[in-house]
Design a protein around this ligand. Structure first.
Ligand code: AMP
Ligand code: GLY
Length: 426
């Protein structure tokens, strides 16, 4: 692909703002569009009001604007085959294909792939009926992990600590508690350890490691309360050191990419491995077929090379000779969410002070769930802002991020106050 390039980015969250910010700096870029985008993204791209699941609308738009390359942020359109639609129309896109996105779309598929290729993960079995699922769960002891097979928007996992809760969880899934994604259920062993997120780019054959990060999934300080999409992240993650990274590449990532190629469904795109690490030994929790949110925000903050060049190389099977440069500085992002998240929350409250926050050294505020109403910035989602700082250490990045958070005037929002604690406590 020869520059100049018209690029279409799909999505509307903080991950997409970070991607738009990185893409907009590319020397290859002529024009960046984002569908549907958000007010933060509008500063670096032209936003067009087409939803990420409106495939016909996206295709028409891409043809009309002579789009050369498409980057898809969220998983739902990939799992539903958006890459295949663009490529069938001769528009290049960063995958994966629908067949590749099964790595996120079916937990049972991934478990079977691990079993068939010696990839370390929790012991498991797949079930279509509650009785045998409960019997197997009893053999694993407590706590035990019960998962809906399909996409469940970051939910879909229950970790009961008592026999009664285990029975309830299995019944809940088979009764459609997580919708159709629970028609099949995976019961697996509980793994102990520290979690990390690791990202690679794959062109179907060659794999380019990116870097590791650590998310904070629980809503309250001290990792308490219900799971969320992620309340903050930082990179690098000390638990994911060079030895663990090498083991993850050798034992988990490369065998996966090779197995996908061998079955005739090569995996091209971003591959996100959720890992459990104990005593330096990584095991796979799950795969995602996209960047993490909010992990992407810290990755893009640390990336020094051109993102667009790397994504196009992944699409074109050209990753073998690509090398990326990363800042040695740490990056840390604090998610500001609407009061009530991840439960019910209100939209439409006024947000002020982002400019003031960005006067703090090394700070950039990504918009995750914002909108403009009568020219004023208001909240428009559960996770609303990602206050992101870079600094020579994680402790200093944390200090800068919270200094910036304190300049944001949004009484209807909250954040965790301890993002980065595992790294800082070490
Ligand atoms: P997932 O949606 O697969 O990322 O799971 C959500 C969260 O559940 C993960 O981030 C882990 O904290 C936890 N989890 C999932 N599977 C396991 C497991 N086998 N052992 C321990 N924790 C798990
Ligand atoms: N932050 C976790 C995810 O994006 O799935």
């Amino acid at each position: 692909m020869e520059p100049p390039l018209n690029v279409l980015l799909i999505g509307s969250g903080g991950r997409e703002h970070a991607l738009a910010w990185a893409l907009s700096a590319s020397p290859l870029l002529t024009k960046l569009y984002c569908a549907p985008g958000n007010p933060g993204i509008a500063a670096v791209a032209e936003c067009v009001p087409i939803s990420a699941m409106d495939f016909d609308g996206l295709l028409d738009f891409a043809r009309g604007k002579a789009i050369d390359f498409v980057v898809v942020g969220p998983e739902q359109p990939l799992v539903a085959g958006l890459w295949d639609r663009f490529e069938a129309a001769s528009i290049k896109a960063l995958g994966p294909s629908m067949a590749g996105a099964v790595l996120e779309g079916s937990k049972g598929f991934v478990k079977d792939l691990c079993a068939g290729n010696g990839i370390p993960t929790a012991a498991y079995r797949r079930f279509r009926e509650p009785g045998p699922a409960k019997d197997f769960a009893r053999t694993l002891g407590l706590p035990v992990v019960i998962k809906a097979d399909g996409l469940a928007a970051g939910k879909g996992v229950i970790i009961p600590e008592t026999e009664a809760d285990m029975v309830k969880a299995v019944d809940f899934m088979f009764e459609g508690g997580f919708g159709a994604s629970g028609a099949e259920v995976v019961v697996e062993e509980f793994m102990d350890g520290e979690e990390a997120s690791f990202f690679v780019l794959s062109d179907g054959e060659n794999v380019l490691p990116l870097v590791g990060a650590q998310d904070h999934k629980r809503v309250f300080d001290g990792d308490k309360g219900p799971n969320t999409g992620g309340m903050g992240a930082y990179s690098p993650a000390p638990v994911f050191d060079d030895v663990v990274a090498q083991r993850t590449m050798d034992r988990i990532i490369r065998p996966t990419v090779a197995a996908m190629a061998a079955r005739g469904t090569p995996y091209m795109g971003v591959l996100f491995a959720g890992l459990m690490i104990k005593d330096g030994e990584p095991k796979l929790i799950e795969y995602n077929c996209r960047f993490g949110d909010p992990e992407c925000q810290v990755l893009m903050t640390r990336l020094k090379s051109d993102l667009l060049t790397a994504l196009i190389a992944a699409r074109d099977g050209q990753l073998a000779h690509l090398d990326l440069r990363w800042s040695d500085d740490a990056a840390l992002t604090v998610v500001m969410a609407a009061n009530g998240y991840p439960g019910d929350y209100a939209k439409g409250s006024a947000i002020r002070g982002i400019d003031a926050a960005e006067t703090v050294e090394g700070v950039k505020v990504f918009h995750a769930g914002t909108a403009l109403k009568d020219g004023r910035l208001v909240s428009n989602g559960g996770r609303v802002l990602n206050v992101t700082a870079s600094a020579p250490s994680i402790a200093e990045a944390q200090r800068r991020a919270y200094e910036a958070v304190d300049k944001i005037d949004w009484p209807e929002g909250f954040c965790r106050r301890d993002i980065g604690w595992r790294a800082i406590d070490r």
